[in-house]
Design a protein around this ligand. Structure first.
Ligand code: IFM
Length: 442
């Protein structure tokens, strides 16, 4: 059997990603909490509840798990509604707590990447119109300054906004995130305000911490025309790519917001990403379909022979990890894979998915794409938004009733990769022998 070792560059960042609302528990003062209590919003009526009880103190044991598994970095987010519980009140004790957590990362030898906004908003902001309010970028900048001032001693990497494309689409176009709107003009307004807020935060962070590295985490999805000969399918795929994948990173590069039939310039947004965060999970086939009146006549679907995750949420299409990274090179900044993972309770698919995706990352590194790190989503099963607890993305399994954690084999697999800074044929043979031949032919 052929043997090989795929090495990653020295200093490569290895870790997992988490977000405040998904792990902390009892975030009663944000817009998601109320949304979860309303019937019909979350699958099976699930609620975030105590989540992974990080606010209750279990962040320590979970970060111990990460450190013992040789992760050298961790991505986490700050909960705006805790830091600023009302417009004129900043909670210093909350900032102290976050300082303790971020310092805790450094003490465990892990580089922190701090996200300032990961889907959840303070209730007071939601009540004054949320991201449709023209003042949101000033509010967000003020909040950013407080957090960066408080944490600057321990953190140098900042993500302003997680998946602005998903946030705007799900909350304002598809209505599956709060505030549950389905309104195109609102979506466009929110996209514009997100660009303004990112730009404000970027400049604020740099003025406080000139050496900081600031970016956003972009959700990249592959969009492939179903019938490659069809101009309609091709136009549909290209519309999705330009609006979903390209809109924000392009705006953060040249300050131009490109909508389908017009554009807008926001000068302050130009040159506001020091690195590109890519969250890559899967790809869609795209077809033009006259029956799809609610989704701009576009049908998205997986192929019949795609390998799917437990709830058919993700197709295992690892080649598109390479496509995503190649796409990322156009922005001419270092790239960090800020999320990648799969929902899978029994861990069979996750091991294979992880190895195949890292193989593509390694290929990209060998093409000299400037990939600097990889963050697996996620450390411990967490609250998966509109899908509640039905989807399990953790390297550790969570028992919701007892808060007990059980290590999945993928946690050991990932630990080996982090420890050795490479993916070896031995590791593949041990954790996913079924793909050995495909990976090491000959
Ligand atoms: O859990 C989410 C995360 O908050 C944003 N990116 C996708 C993940 C998996 O659904």
């Amino acid at each position: 059997m052929a043997e090989a070792t795929f090495h990653f560059p020295r200093g490569f960042l290895w870790g997992t990603g988490t977000s405040s609302h998904q792990v902390e528990g009892n975030n009663t003062n944000n817009n998601w909490w109320g949304w979860e209590q309303e019937e019909g919003n979350i699958l099976n009526g699930h609620t975030s509840g105590p989540a992974c009880d990080w606010w209750g103190g279990r962040w320590r044991e979970d970060l111990d798990r990460a450190a013992e598994s040789d992760h050298n970095a961790h991505r986490l987010s700050i909960e705006w509604s805790r830091v600023q519980p009302s417009p004129d009140h900043w909670d210093e004790s909350v900032l102290d707590r976050y300082r303790e957590i971020v310092r805790g990362l450094s003490e465990r030898g892990m580089t922190p990447i701090v996200t300032l906004h990961h889907f959840s908003d303070p209730l007071w902001l939601a009540e004054i119109g949320g991201w449709e309010n023209p003042s949101v970028s000033e509010y967000f900048t003020a909040y950013t300054k407080r957090v960066v001032d408080g944490l600057k001693e321990y953190a140098n990497y900042w993500i302003t906004i997680n998946e602005p494309n998903v946030f705007a689409t799900n909350g304002y176009l598809l209505g599956i995130f709060p505030p549950g709107k389905r309104n195109l003009p609102s979506t466009i307004n929110v996209m514009t305000n997100l660009v303004r807020a990112h730009a404000g935060a970027y400049h604020a962070i740099h003025s406080i911490q000139p050496t900081s590295r600031v970016g956003a985490a972009h959700n990249y999805r592959g969009f492939v025309p179903f019938r490659s000969w069809s101009p309609f399918d091709r136009a549909a795929a290209s519309l999705l790519s330009s609006q979903f994948n390209n809109f924000f990173p392009r705006a953060f590069t040249d300050g131009v917001l490109r909508f389908p039939t017009w554009f807008k310039r926001i000068q302050a947004a130009k040159g506001t990403q020091d690195f590109l965060g890519i969250n890559y999970y899967t790809r869609d086939m795209v077809a033009f379909n006259l029956l799809k009146t609610n989704s701009l006549f576009i049908r998205r679907f997986y192929k019949p022979d795609d390998e799917l995750s437990d709830n058919k949420f993700i197709a295992n299409t690892s080649q598109f990890m390479f496509t995503a990274l190649k796409w990322g090179t156009q922005f001419d900044v270092p790239i960090i894979i800020t999320e990648n993972g799969v929902e899978n309770l029994n861990d069979q698919l996750r091991r294979k998915y992880l190895i195949q995706h890292l193989h593509q990352v390694w290929r990209a590194v060998n093409f000299n794409f400037p990939v600097k790190g990889y963050f697996h989503w996620t450390l411990v099963d967490n609250f998966e938004w509109e899908r509640g607890w039905t989807q399990r993305f953790g390297l550790w399994e969570l028992d919701l009733h007892t808060q007990a954690r059980q290590k999945r084999p993928s946690a050991d697999l990932f630990a080996e990769i982090c420890r050795q800074n490479c993916l070896s044929s031995d590791v593949v043979a041990q954790f996913a022998p079924e793909i050995y031949k495909e990976m090491f032919p000959g």
